[in-house]
Design a protein around this ligand. Structure first.
Ligand code: C5P
Length: 223
């Protein structure tokens, strides 16, 4: 059977992971959340008390000795850092900012991109991230650039964090999101930008069900 790769890129909080997971389930593909790999890498540095922004040589040394793996349990991706399941430890604001900072380091990206390409070579998947259509899988069968206004994205992320009991304000979430967008868009290596052959999907004015329909229609029309 032909392997199909769908790339979904876009800024933080655009709904990529939720929509990619739902679409993967519908089409029988696996869902690969590449952000979780950057998050797990950042968690390692936080555990080792390495200053990600200011001590890049130590980050590069530590990442060379790091094992990142994924598995799927009931359709949900689990991520392992050096053999330990860290799926539930990587969604805090501290890890989010660490992931955004570690993602500018080329050596980290190259290691994670190898893992991402290896998975996509062997499985039909929907892979979400920032550079999937432009760098990781430039020959992906379908490329979607999913976006929404910064305020709408921050509101969705804020509601999620509140639900988890995190103690944050909307302004903090919006400010963090803008910083992360800037890091992603301005980095030298594999920055966030729509691939020339991607389909733009803006969910600013759509609810979850409408966004889901939009993404599933884009995919089914091109399969
Ligand atoms: O998607 P998520 O917010 O979980 O990703 C965490 C961070 O990892 C992002 O802020 C982004 O900087 C980085 N990332 C990346 N390239 C990817 C996926 C995520 O640079 N393919």
């Amino acid at each position: 059977m032909k392997i199909i790769n769908v790339a979904i890129d876009g800024p933080s909080g655009a709904g990529k992971s939720t929509l990619a997971r739902l679409a993967a389930k519908k089409f029988g593909f696996i869902y690969i959340d590449t952000g979780a790999m950057y998050r797990a890498s950042a968690l390692k540095m936080l555990n080792l008390k390495i200053d990600i922004k200011n001590d890049i040589p130590s980050v590069i040394k530590a990442i060379a000795d790091t094992k990142i793996e994924i598995s799927h349990i009931d359709g949900n991706q689990h991520i392992y850092l050096d053999g330990a399941d860290v799926t539930n430890l990587i969604r805090t604001p501290e890890v989010s900012m660490g992931a955004s900072n570690i993602a500018v380091i080329k050596e980290v990206r190259l290691k994670l991109v190898d893992l991402q390409r290896e998975i996509a070579k062997n499985h039909s998947c929907i892979m979400d991230g920032r550079d999937i259509g432009t760098y990781v899988l430039p020959d992906a069968d379908i490329k979607i650039f999913l976006t929404a206004s910064a305020e709408k994205r921050a509101k969705r992320r804020f509601d999620e964090l509140l639900e988890k009991g995190e103690n944050v304000t909307f302004d903090e979430v919006l400010c963090d999101m803008k910083k992360r967008d800037k890091n992603d868009e301005e980095r030298a290596f594999a920055p966030l930008k729509p691939a020339g052959d991607s389909i733009l999907a803006d969910t600013s004015e759509l609810n979850l069900a409408e966004s889901e329909r939009l993404i599933e229609n884009i995919i089914s029309e091109r399969l």
